[in-house]
Write a protein that binds this ligand. Structure first.
Ligand code: NAD
Ligand code: FES
Length: 279
């Protein structure tokens, strides 16, 4: 069992959870993920690492309560334990050699982009971090990102933080100002990553995107997480989750994402119905 050490609501939708998993904490790197199961009968869900503390033996995950399992996970408390917590899975993000990077987080993707920004900052890279949220109440990790960036730009769709616009507008502005990035890394909604890649392509800036398709086994066996990259289908769980942003077929990824929405909503209905019967 994997004890939960700390649980904290970061906003109305998003929870940060610190889990005791010493072996994983020693090995996990930015970009890698774990597969967890709440109990023996629960579904496996992949969650990308937000932070880790090898000395304390803990791994931090940040998640949005959107599906049946994440809604249940958000109700768990410190002192309870998870049945499974398997990892590290996937490949670490290739960050070596970057000197001037721009890390972009869209919504919850900001939590996944944070360890990359932290790693780059700790390794002497100049790091701009651009994040985007629907409104100011959803802003995540502002203090943490301030501590590991050269410059933080927070955009909101409704302008409620005084900075209205999409992350791509801030990125274009920084490029126009002569930012001269040698790496752009984007984590967030597929549509956001599509337009980040379209923004950097004319300048030939190396761009990595973190793909987050449905995952079932996390080991390359089920085929659920296929992503079209150039002419081939690759598996996000074993070949990714990061891919060359200029080669990913985002429209195909969005089509595949929609396929599973109905299944998720049925799982949510079954769970709510079960809870009503148990009440
Ligand atoms: P959201 O829909 O609120 O979007 C966040 C920000 O992305 C927006 O504020 C905007 O700045 C930017 N954005 C959105 N559409 C854009 C467009 N068309 N062009 C340019 N920029 C655009 O995000 P959310 O509701 O918090 O959802 C988070 C998303 O992140 C989910 O889709 C989730 O699947 C994804 N995610 C991905 C990973 C990963 O590893 N890749 C991890 C966690 C979450
Ligand atoms: Fe099954 Fe990747 S999750 S192949």
């Amino acid at each position: 069992m994997y004890p939960i050490e700390r649980v904290e609501a970061l906003n109305a939708e998003v929870t940060r959870m610190v889990v005791r998993a010493p072996q994983i904490a020693r090995k996990i790197k930015p970009g890698q993920f774990v597969m967890l199961r709440i109990d023996e009968r629960g579904e496996r869900i992949p969650l990308t690492m937000n932070d880790c503390d090898p000395q304390a033996g803990t791994v931090t995950i940040v998640f949005q309560a959107v599906g049946a399992t994440t809604k249940r996970l958000a109700t768990m408390q410190a002192g309870e334990a998870l049945a499974d917590f398997v990892g590290p899975l996937g490949n670490p993000t290739e960050l070596e050699g970057a000197r001037r990077a721009c890390v972009i987080g869209g919504g919850l993707g900001t939590a996944i982009a944070y360890p990359q920004a932290k790693w780059l900052h700790e390794h002497g890279c100049e790091v701009d971090v651009i994040t985007g949220f629907r409104n100011k109440d959803l802003i995540l990790l502002e203090d943490e990102i301030n501590a590991c960036s050269t410059r933080q730009i927070i955009m909101t769709d409704d302008g409620s933080n005084g900075n209205k616009g999409l992350v791509t507008q801030a990125l274009q502005q920084r490029i126009d100002e002569g930012a001269d990035y040698d790496l752009v890394l984007a984590v967030g909604p597929v549509i956001m990553m599509k337009f980040v890649a379209a923004t950097t392509k004319p300048y030939g800036i190396k761009t990595l995107v973190s793909m987050n398709p449905l995952m079932i086994d996390g080991t390359g066996m089920c085929g659920g997480c296929r992503v079209k990259v150039g002419e081939e289908y690759l598996h996000a769980c074993v070949d990714g989750p990061d891919f060359d942003g200029h080669l990913v077929d985002y429209d195909d990824a969005m089509r595949r994402g929609v396929m599973y929405r109905e299944f998720e909503s049925q799982a949510r209905e079954d769970r709510d119905c079960g809870e009503r019967k148990g009440a």
